[in-house]
Structures are given as structure tokens and as C-alpha cells.
Design a protein around this ligand. Structure first.
Ligand code: CA
Length: 222
């Protein structure tokens, strides 16, 4: 899962990013409405966590903008404006959920899972290629019915390759899927993840081809 966090308090953003990362959630953090709108255009995010009091306006004004970019995008508002009226205003603006600060991070993660589980958002759950089965809802991979042991980054790379199987996935898209905006990316580390993935997938009837200068392509072995 990859989420967009719109939050101008740096301490809050850092703490949330650390917590969510421990739950295998990749966090892209932006501080303003303007950057949030831009980040959302990438279409990479599964959900948005949105603060209200931002340097360039009320986070609620962003909800219709985000929904125009991506209709079913789950949005949770996280705000110090926590009275009943504030919460009702948030839900009226189309937020899926509204959590008042201070909040427990466990509760936030639970609510994030809940908004992602809602029927409208359930996607095709499993993709099979060769002996590999990737469950997109629960986010795990199996090989011939046995769980495949993957690191978080291997899982994120494999997820994107599987979702776009048969097509070349640009290197930049893979790097964006595997690393948050703030992570340092060593120039060869993506290749290292891919080569470990290839080893783990050996015998699965799945090939990952490197397309020089472009990216990678996953498909059933010929
Ligand atoms: Ca704020």
C-alpha cells in the first residue's frame, strides 16, 4: 500500500511515516495543498491522509480536487479541529473518515485498512502467472501454494510488475513504488532487488526481463 500524507507539521509527519512504514505502507509526504494536488496526479496512491490547517488553505478544499483525479480514492482527514461540527463538515466534504488529533497510530492504521476494504474499493484480488499467485488485497505472494518470503521492497516491486505484467514498467515507476520520496536511492539498488526476486521466482514459470535503458517486464516464461 502506498499513501499520500498531506501534513505541514514535520514532527507529526516523521512520526506517522515511521509508524506506517512498520506496517509496510509506503508514505509520500507533502506539506501543501499545491504539492498534494501535483503528487496525486501520479495515480500511484491507494489512500490519502489529509491535515486541515495547511499553509495554503483548508485540507477539505482538496477533497473534490483529489476525487476529480481519482474517483474512488480513500481519504482520511486528520485534524486538530475535532469538534462534532468539524467532523461532520469533513464527512460532508466527502472524506471517508475523520480522525481528531491527538489520535492513536494503531487506530489510524486500523481505519486506513477499513476504508481500503470498503466494497467500492475492492479490486480484482488475485493475479496468477505461472506458479506465482499474487493477492493484491492482502498483498502477499505464493509460489505453488507456498508463501513466498519477500522483503518489503521486493514485495512492492513484484506487486507493480505483476499488476502490469506483459508490459515494460519504467525504472522510475518501480523506484517510486519501492521507495518513498524521501528515501535515498542507490543507483544500483533496484537492480539488486530485481535480481533477488528472480532468484526467489526461479522455477515459477515467471520471467523478469531487464529492458536496457527502460525498465523491467514480467511475464510467463515462454
Ligand atoms: Ca497543520
Amino acid at each position: 500500500m502506498r499513501i499520500l500524507l498531506v501534513e505541514d507539521e514535520m514532527n507529526m509527519a516523521a512520526a506517522l511515516t515511521a509508524t506506517l512504514s512498520r506496517h509496510n505502507i509506503v508514505v509520500d509526504h507533502v506539506r501543501t495543498l499545491e504539492f498534494a494536488e501535483e503528487a496525486c496526479r501520479s495515480g500511484l496512491h491507494d489512500a490519502v491522509i489529509l491535515d486541515r490547517k495547511l499553509p495554503d488553505g483548508d485540507g477539505l478544499s482538496l477533497i473534490p480536487v483529489l476525487r476529480r483525479e481519482q474517483a474512488g480514492l480513500p481519504i482520511i482527514v486528520l485534524s486538530a479541529l475535532g469538534t462534532l461540527d468539524h467532523r461532520v463538515a469533513g464527512l460532508d466534504h466527502g472524506a471517508d473518515d475523520y480522525l481528531a488529533k491527538p489520535f492513536s497510530t494503531d487506530e489510524l492504521v486500523a481505519r486506513l485498512r477499513a476504508v481500503m476494504r470498503r466494497p467500492a474499493r475492492i479490486e480484482e484480488s488475485t493475479i496468477s502467472i505461472g506458479l506465482l499467485r499474487f493477492n493484491l488485497t492482502a498483498r502477499y505472494a505464493e509460489l505453488a501454494g507456498k508463501p513466498l518470503d519477500l522483503t518489503r521492497r521486493e514485495l512492492l516491486a513484484l506487486e507493480l510488475l505483476v499488476r502490469r505484467s506483459g508490459r515494460t514498467v519504467p525504472r522510475s515507476a518501480l523506484e517510486e513504488a519501492v521507495y518513498g520520496y524521501d528515501d535515498e536511492i542507490a543507483s544500483n539498488s533496484l537492480d539488486a532487488h530485481i535480481s533477488r526476486l528472480r532468484r526467489k521466482l526461479s522455477g515459477a514459470g515467471v520471467e523478469i526481463h531487464g529492458i536496457r535503458g527502460l525498465g523491467y517486464l514480467l511475464r510467463a516464461a515462454q
